[in-house]
Design a protein around this ligand. Sequence first.
Ligand SMILES: Nc1ncnc2c1ncn2[C@@H]1O[C@H](COP(=O)(O)OP(=O)(O)OP(=O)(O)O)[C@@H](O)[C@H]1O
Length: 348
Amino acid sequence: MLHRLRQWLSPDLAIDLGSANTRIALFNQGIVLDEPTVVALQNGSRKILGRGAAVGKLARQMLGRTPDSISAVRPIRHGVITDFELCEAMLRHFVQKAAKQSPGFRPRVLVSVPQSITSVERRAVFGTAERAGAGSIYLLESAKATAIGAGMPISEPLASLVCNIGAGTTEVAIFSLGETVASCSTRIAGDTFDDAIVDWMKQRFGLKIGRQTAENLKREVGSASLQTSERATEVNGLDAMSSVPRKVLVTTGEVRQAIMAPLAKILSGIRQVLEQCQPELVADLADTGMVLAGGSALLPGLDDFFSEQLAIPVLIAEDPEQTVVRGLSICSEHLNEWQSSLFSIHNS
Ligand SMILES: Nc1ncnc2c1ncn2[C@@H]1O[C@H](COP(=O)(O)OP(=O)(O)OP(=O)(O)O)[C@@H](O)[C@H]1O
């Protein structure tokens, strides 16, 4: 009864604070916010535009096409906070938007963090969440949140292999009996694919394009596998020599070539995780396979690519970009059960 009253006055929040997107789920209500992790500032100032409201979707519209007087900033890079002040202001805005809190009450929040986070970076997340209005704060590694969100049987004496490829980090882990048996966290993910496309367009076509155009190109015709049907799209850019606008036609095969180097690095990270494991557990994976999550799991053919290279089945989680926040949400509804997996601090 008391628990229900507290949830009514100040509902628990599960927050996936991602490099590209922030997602918030509320106790018993599911995902209530899904917005880009971006804030828009007046140039030369630290003030967020629109009296603090130019964050998320509104700020994203400004990214890449901002007038000279406005800059759009992502306060999280590779899964860790790089600009505390802006991250705090953004988070406060998102928390207020996600749930009405009764005066005097601070919500309990559960936030995902990369496995490779340092103790200093972890303290920064606690501090930022606290100043943004959180009461008790719990942190959970995003690989474990992914496995929970994907409904994997991580407490059983079986190997469960998960790979979450977001925008700024790739988190790979094998779980068995509730413990992390082997893991790897790299800063190669969707943003790296976009950078690789920018570089490749310059080398191959002598065309300069921005990151946003590269991301659109990846989403429109990108693929990781030869089995995906070939598509093509026209890309606008600036001629690298003459600086005049120019268009080129880019195909699926060309985007695949552009992102192959970062993809190979992610593959090598997964292989390293497999090598850290006992042969019996790795043998389980021939049946259980790997679950792929994170927004980059939406890249067509990524499951076929990993499946061919690793010779195990690969499944894409349902709504893969939401797997982490789903896992956090499940965890926040059963906090006692997952206590041993969490880092926490408590404020009144
Ligand atoms: N259809 C698609 N094809 C390829 N990539 C996609 C597609 N849709 C989204 N992405 C990529 O997914 C990434 C965003 O994923 P996600 O929202 O899981 O990241 P994040 O949680 O913000 O980042 P991180 O967990 O790394 O901090 C971006 O790089 C985006 O380009």
